[in-house]
Design a protein around this ligand. Structure first.
Ligand code: FES
Ligand code: MG
Length: 597
């Protein structure tokens, strides 16, 4: 262990909760603040004797099955807080269930963020435990912690145990995409389809593949916001309860050390997270969310940084969808510490001196952490794939996009992305869909004339078009092509893709069609050239034709988006930035350290 970097810096008199519960200048307000908090049995001693008040941002509920186990774990967190001399207060957080929320959970990330900022700012909270887990809960809570900037520590609910089907691992999401192809090809019936999907759900916890949840929870650890080794412990294991207790204890110490998100989530920490994301084979949702968290800390982070720091990093983690194993295997093989240990050994962590929530540096936490199973967590000398990061593709259709290279098979890369005699390039014809409903209606229609050199394009699915951005760019080829052996086609979209998908897609295109991006003027039949060497995607039309189409679209009243169904959808659309800018709210990022205000 290296030297403990942080030390006690503040006294009980400096706790912000004293402004509510112990303010000699305003005895009347102090009494008013106090009287209700004692009505369910809190004692004067818990509120007024200089104990830090620790919020627990509760994301577990019946509406949020992935995070629901937090309701149990919070009991252990409370025990830890009390043992360390703090007083816990649970904060209800607006639910974000990835699979349950219409039109998409991503729409509510900023709502949860805003709600938690208000709760932390407006109530007597000295520090907070962030109950993270299901995809968007992690970024929403880290964004709020970034804006408020009181001491904060994240606690993952933990992944589910491995799913099994016919003796084989069945991973969240991944098995659904597989089953969907089988259903389309007529190999299974509806009931078998549902049973295949349900095989991936054996216990409480979040998705057991390296989808967005496992990615974001692992990155929250490498960013320094979770106790080392804690991210990957499966939800039902005793270690999960134990680390919940330790998290409760540690947050109280962090209050006295005044160790804040802005001390931990620095530019250096984000660079570390980018390389870790590549080694994990992490989700394409990660750039959206990390760029957002960084912006709320006033730290520049762009999709160019993801390519610059991340692209050359090898894939070390053999988890679905890029590999074969699942979360339980990941934990048994050593989890985040083993990956970080291997990367540190090879000198691949750009900033090993970054400070983490336990007061130690990243290097002190992870140096020498071994992989216990080198098939699951590979050494850098034997990676799954040598360059596994994201490419940021640009051109006349959009200014930025993300392509996850870790899921592209060598075969697909060498044979498919080589249809004009240049490895890494692909020329094909666009088939354009306006949103997932249009895709589902028409994909199997023979009139589409899809071939092995079609490029499937989906638009109207960005932050404005499908408010929040649809997770739908994992498009499958039509049934007649699947039956003839074409199992994947290149896909382009201004929406997102599930982190559990393995399809070769160019995602998160910004600006989206609804914001006037080039996809808005694309037509079925247009020739598109994708060049992975130059990181470009262009429609092969001359500039005059492009200008003519923009004029035509403007005359027709611009790109059509469905009406907002709720007040929040309208407010979201009025304020939101594009995916490459983290889908943050215009204006929200100028607020920092609001706890001091
Ligand atoms: Fe919640 Fe995957 S749906 S973690
Ligand atoms: Mg998802």
């Amino acid at each position: 262990m290296g030297p403990k970097v942080s030390a006690k810096r503040i006294t009980a008199q400096q706790l912000r909760s004293r402004q509510w519960f112990d303010n000699p200048d305003d005895p009347e307000m102090t009494a008013l603040y106090l009287e209700k908090y004692i009505n369910y049995g809190l004692t004067w001693e818990e509120l007024r004797s200089g104990k830090p008040i620790i919020g627990i941002a509760q994301t577990g509920s019946d509406l949020s099955p992935c995070n629901r186990h937090h309701l149990e774990l919070t009991k252990r967190v409370r025990d830890g807080i009390i043992a360390a001399g703090g007083t816990p207060l649970e904060i209800p957080v607006h639910p974000i269930q990835e699979t349950g929320k219409r039109p998409t959970a991503n729409l509510d990330r900023n709502l949860t963020y805003l709600g938690l900022v208000e709760a932390l700012h407006g109530y007597p909270i000295d520090a907070v435990v962030l109950n993270i887990g299901c995809d968007k809960t992690t970024p929403a809570l880290l964004m709020a912690a970034a804006t408020v900037d009181i001491p904060a520590i994240a606690l993952s609910v933990g992944p589910m145990l491995n799913g099994w089907l016919n003796g084989k691992r069945a991973g969240s999401g991944t098995v659904v995409w597989e089953a969907r192809k089988k259903l389309a090809a007529g190999e299974i019936d509806d009931q078998q389809f549902l049973e295949m999907a349900a095989a991936s759900v054996p216990s409480v916890g979040y998705c057991n593949t390296m989808g967005t949840a496992s990615t974001m929870n692992s990155l929250a650890e490498i960013l320094g916001m979770q106790l080392p080794g804690s991210a990957s412990i499966p939800a039902p294991l005793r270690e999960r309860g134990q680390v919940s207790y330790q998290t409760g204890q540690r947050i109280v110490e962090m209050v006295w050390e005044d160790l804040k998100p802005s001390d931990i989530m620095t530019r250096e920490a984000f660079e570390n997270a980018i390389v870790m994301c590549s080694a994990l084979g992490g989700s394409t949702n990660a750039p959206i969310h990390l760029n957002a968290i960084a912006r709320h800390l006033g730290c520049e982070l762009s999709n160019d940084d993801w390519q610059r720091f991340g692209y050359d990093i090898p894939l070390l983690v053999n988890l679905q969808p890029a590999g074969e194993y699942l979360s339980e295997d990941f934990y048994r093989a050593g989890g985040v510490p083993a990956v970080a240990g291997n990367m540190l050994f090879a000198g691949l962590i750009p900033n090993p001196d970054a400070i983490t929530c336990n007061g130690q540096t990243l290097a002190a936490n992870y140096a020498g952490s071994p992989s216990h199973n080198e098939d699951v967590i590979r050494p850098v000398s034997k990676p799954m794939k040598s360059k596994a990061g994201f490419l940021n593709l640009k051109g006349n259709l959009f200014e930025s996009s993300i392509m996850k290279t870790s899921v592209i098979s060598d075969e697909f890369h060498e044979t498919y992305f080589n249809n004009v005699g240049e490895p890494g390039t692909f020329e094909g014809t666009a088939i354009v869909f306006d949103g997932p409903e249009d895709f589902n209606k028409r994909i199997d229609d023979p009139a589409l004339n899809a071939t092995a050199s079609s490029i499937l394009v989906m638009r109207g699915t960005g932050p404005l078009g499908y408010p929040g951005g649809a997770e739908v760019v994992n498009m499958r080829p039509p049934a007649y092509l699947l039956k003839s052996g074409v199992t994947a086609l290149p896909c382009i979209g201004d929406g997102r893709q599930s982190g559990t998908s393995g399809s070769p897609s160019i995602l998160n295109a910004a600006p989206e069609a609804a914001a006037g991006g080039g996809l808005s003027i694309l037509k079925t039949g247009d020739p598109i050239r994708i060049d992975l060497n130059e990181c470009s995607v262009n429609v092969l039309l001359d500039d005059d034709e492009i200008d003519r189409r923009y004029a035509e679209l403007e005359k027709a009243g611009g790109f059509k988006v469905p009406e907002s169904q709720t007040p929040w959808q309208k407010l979201f659309r009025e304020n939101v930035k594009q995916f490459d800018e983290g889908m943050v709210f215009e204006g929200a990022t100028e607020f920092r350290s609001v706890a001091k205000k």
